[in-house]
Design a protein around this ligand. Structure first.
Ligand code: FAD
Length: 221
């Protein structure tokens, strides 16, 4: 049976962007581009009424995101139907300096995904998720590094969240000041932000005869 994936997520009552709704975006390709550019997500979940929001690595594979289980996986052990989570991803693109303090802002691209995350038990799917984490950050590293052994795989809990109820929000462009403020003699504009990799630093215990691989020496984003 062929599964039809819609080009856009349908906004639900929960994913309807309320403030500045023109910045809301439900286009699947736009959402996936944001997810694929980010390394870190924040996973929100509640245990006994206490909310936790945990930063962790993640990767998108098809129409799902995978992330390390840690605390959430503890309570998931006996919950085959999954745990309600909110996964948030944020890319910060610039500081927006308006003439008034009130109108200062940020340029950003962010995604909020709601749903039930389930523990990945199948070793193959676990491996696929770990492969996706590694390759997403450093393409070609997976084959260079030692592969996870059975014990390491068992010790790693991975959660899968199908991407069904999802929103993106995007701010771009210059500051938006109140009309009278444009006449003020105050500098206004955008300071762009980028995540820039530095030169690789060799581990002290790494044999100096081992050449720095090209993917590390020439790492670009
Ligand atoms: C880096 C950064 C800085 C921000 N700074 C501020 C700030 O200082 N003040 C401020 O009011 N807002 C800020 N925002 C926007 C903030 O994330 C919310 O969008 C905002 O608080 C209003 O949300 P709401 O009332 O529309 O939605 P809520 O009622 O909070 O949320 C409703 C639904 O809208 C969707 N949604 C809301 N926000 C986002 C988002 N950012 N990305 C994807 N989906 C979203 C979600 O599906 C959510 O379930 C910032 C966002 C980013 C990424």
């Amino acid at each position: 049976m062929r599964c039809i994936v819609l080009e856009s997520f349908s906004p639900t009552e929960r994913t309807h962007v309320v403030r500045e709704p023109q910045r809301g975006n439900y286009d699947r390709e736009t959402v996936y581009k944001i997810l694929d550019e980010a390394f870190v997500c924040h996973v929100g979940f509640s245990v006994d009424g206490q909310p936790y929001v945990i930063p962790t690595l993640f990767a998108r594979v098809g129409d799902a995101v995978y992330f390390h289980g840690s605390a959430a996986s503890r309570m998931l052990r006996n919950l085959s139907e999954g745990i309600p989570v909110c996964v948030t991803v944020t890319l910060t693109d610039g500081f927006v300096l308006a003439r008034s303090v009130f109108n200062h802002s940020m340029n950003y691209r962010s995604v909020v995904a709601l749903g039930k995350a389930a523990v990945v038990d199948a070793p193959n799917e676990k491996l696929e998720a770990l492969h996706a984490f590694t390759e997403k950050i450093l393409p070609a590293r997976w084959n260079d590094a030692r592969q996870p052994n059975e014990k390491e795989l068992k010790a790693t809990s991975i959660l899968r969240l199908p991407l069904t109820e999802v929103s993106a929000k995007i701010r771009t462009g210059p500051p938006e000041d109140d009309a009278p403020d444009y006449a003020l003699p105050i500098w206004a504009g955008v300071i762009p932000l980028q995540l820039v990799p530095g030169a690789p630093i060799r581990d002290e215990r790494c044999d100096s005869s081992i050449p720095t691989p090209a993917y590390a020496a020439n790492y670009r984003r």
